[in-house]
Structure formats: C-alpha cells, structure tokens
Design a protein around this ligand. Sequence first.
Ligand SMILES: Cc1cc2nc3c(=O)[nH]c(=O)nc-3n(C[C@H](O)[C@H](O)[C@H](O)COP(=O)(O)OP(=O)(O)OC[C@H]3O[C@@H](n4cnc5c(N)ncnc54)[C@H](O)[C@@H]3O)c2cc1C
Length: 436
Amino acid sequence: MFFERAVREEGASSVPAMRIAVIGAGPSGLATTIALMRRVHRPFEAWLIDAEDAPGAFGDGPAGKALTTEPARDLSVLPDRPDDFAEWLKGSLLAGGAVAALRGPQDLHVPRAVFRDYVMARFGEALSLRRDVRIRTFRGAVRHIGVAGTGLRVAFRDGESAEFDHVVVATGFGIAEREAASWRGAAAAAERLSQQADPSPLTLVGNGPRLAAILLDLRARGFAGEINVAAASGRLPQPHGRGHEGMAFGEPPATRSLKDAFRYIRNECSAAEARDGGQWQTVVDAASARLSVVWRNLPQAERNHYRRHLLRLHRHFSVRIARDVHRRLGAEFETGRTRFVPSCDPRSADENTIDCREMPSARALAGLIGRDAAALTVDDCGRLLSHSEALCGLSVVGAIASSLRPGPFTFAETVRQTYRAVLDIAPQGLARVSHR
Ligand SMILES: Cc1cc2nc3c(=O)[nH]c(=O)nc-3n(C[C@H](O)[C@H](O)[C@H](O)COP(=O)(O)OP(=O)(O)OC[C@H]3O[C@@H](n4cnc5c(N)ncnc54)[C@H](O)[C@@H]3O)c2cc1C
C-alpha cells in the first residue's frame, strides 16, 4: 500500500505513534489540522486528504478574489483569540496605511485569498513549533471508511487503503458539488456562449454565496449575455444586518419541539423588524446558537424532519453575504439581463447550466461509512453517532457536520467544533495506539 510504503521508507524510528486522517482540505480540514498541532501534545502523523483540491485552493484564481461572506471579526482560526484575523490584517495588509480602511479591520469582508494566506500563515507557525509532528498532504478520493482492528481503514477509489487511529471527516459540500468545478464550468460556458450569434441564456443553479460570487465575476469579466438564476427559493442570498447591537427577546418556548422553536423564531423576526432598528439577522443568529440545546433532546424522527424540510431554509437565512455584494446583486437583477427562473436539476440539464449549490449531504457521509443516513447524528464533540451509539475513532466537522445537527453555520462554530473534536481525539487515539 502506498501509505505504509511511504512511512517505512522514512525509517521506523522516526515514525510517530498516533496516525490521524483529515478528509477534506477545505477551511474545516485546515482548521482541524491547526487545532491538532496546537492541542495534541504528543507526536502524531496527520494526513490531509482531498479528492482534488490542494490545501487552501479555495483562495486560488477568481474564487480567491470573491469576498468572504463573514467579516474579519468572525474568521479567527484560534478560538482563544477571536480577534486574531482582524489583528493579522492590521499588521499585514493594513500596515503603514497601504490600504486605508473606512471602518475597523473587524468589519472588513476581504478577498478569500487574503483569508487563505492568514490560515496558511497560522498553519505554518503551528507546524514550526512541532518538530514531533508530521503532516502529509495526499490527493485521493475516499470511497469508504471502515473498522480495522482497533483503528479505522480509509479506502480510496483507486483501490489503495490505509489505517489510522482516528479519522476526522471535513468533506463539506462533497465531491459532486465542488466549488472549483462551478467556477470552471461557468467560465467555459460564458466563453462558449459569447462566441455564438444567437446564444441561449447561461443558467446558474443555486441561491447562496457561491452563486452570488460567480454571477458577479462573470459580469466583471465582461460577459454580457443573459443569465438565468434557477433558485428553489426564487430569492437572493440574504445580507448581513447593520451591526451586532444587543436586542431584547420574547420569552422562549418552554416546549422542546422543533416546530415550536421555529414558530418562535419567525414571530421574533417579525417583532424585530417591526421595532425601530430591530433586525431579523440578530434573532436568527441568537436562535441558531440556542438550537443545539433543543436538538439534544429531539427524537431522531424530528431531527430527520429538520434535515429534510428545514435545513435549506435555515441555511438560506443564516449564511449571509456582505451588504455591498448584496447591493451589487440587486442592481444586476434590475438591469433585466439576469432573472430568476424555476429551479432545475443541473445534472440533467445542458452544458450551459452550472451547478452552484452548496448543500452538505448527510447521504454522502452515510455512503462513506456504509450506514443509514436517517440514523446518524453528531454530538457536541463532533463524535459521529449511529442510532445514538458513537462510532469509535470518527469525528465530523465543518459544513458536513451542519447537515447532521443545526447550529450557527459560521466559521467560528467550525473552529469550536474542531477544538472539541481534537480534545476528544487525544485520549481515544492514545488508547488505540497502546493496543497496537
Ligand atoms: C464567495 C464565498 C465566500 C465564502 N465565505 C465564507 C466565510 O466567510 N466563512 C465560511 O465559513 N465559509 C465561507 N464560504 C464557504 C467556504 O468556502 C467553505 O466551502 C465552507 O465553509 C465549507 O468548508 P469545508 O471545509 O467544511 O468544506 P469544503 O470547502 O466543501 O471542502 C471539502 C473538501 O473535501 C473534499 N472532499 C469531499 N469529499 C471527499 C472524499 N470522499 N474524498 C476526498 N476528499 C473529499 C472536497 O474536494 C473539498 O476540497 C464562502 C464561499 C464562497 C463561495
């Protein structure tokens, strides 16, 4: 096997004892690896595995020029220093007045390439302090994760496999809905259509930040053709509120029913909008943070109801874009060159229909571990449970975890998850290593 061979070639004496696989090299996989280096105080070897993307690829090319959906204040990769990214911006990009910020760096939505550079800088710093740690990056599509002795075996599509003491799944929006494919597909379709005398419209399917970024990028590059937006909700991505001012909430429902919780949120949003200066965004954020408490006591059937019927709606109102990007999108629709059309399945459409959807799929995760999606859930520590029983050695973090339990869909929440998961890994992994 490739992995075992690679490790042996470097000499048995230098091989660290605990082996960890992180599947997915997106923001969540990177945050997990940083958390491992900062919190696991014993030697380990971590594999950062991705089907296609190199670590930090979300900051490459035109995708890297798109602005982060969250302001800098919410993008720290260090949970003990919430202002870390804003401070880093102040000390690098904004140093010496090279770029003048109208507001404080905390409020800035920066190009994703800048955020990527920050994450990679913290990654490098954490690694430089750990001579006893080895990080490997590996390109391979994971097909299956199964039990092997006291550890887990990760099997790849090409037939290779490798064993680990712990596996962290950070597969986000999966392989099928990869972001890089949407950018590539949109650019190719725009070029094709621009060369035609009587072109049909270019269709973008989705209604989230990816759709917003790709649509504005096509226009910025001079694509003048018609664009159809096939969005299930027929709505634009929502903008952030004006600020984080404190708000008074009504009495939360005593019941632990999901239906009552959502009715309460709806009523509070209406009340907030009716009040002078009140914002529904603040209510949704506060309610999302409290939803995990309701979730703990919900029967599995109600959890599945949330995933099937409410997750999309919850994401639509929770994952928000910069106010300026929202304004530019609105202006684009007003030109009449871009319009909403009914939703369609991009997989059964033509080559000028581009999939820009961003829905983490519990079914894809269930497929990886050969379990029933309806029986899966994730606890507060990122442990994966099937029929309420923990699947040993498996953690799930980031966007894919949000398909299994509600909560705030924010980077700060992902970072919190990774640290909880990592603290849980250390004792479990140690126990397994001592049994080998
Ligand atoms: C314009 C824009 C701005 C954004 N701004 C923000 C922001 O401010 N904050 C924020 O949190 N998010 C933001 N996002 C979303 C963000 O880029 C991430 O995609 C999202 O946070 C999920 O991250 P993730 O690491 O969980 O998953 P992903 O980014 O989806 O990464 C998952 C990785 O796993 C790999 N993978 C999947 N399945 C397998 C498999 N079976 N085997 C091997 N590899 C696999 C994929 O190739 C992929 O690289 C933004 C998105 C856009 C388009």
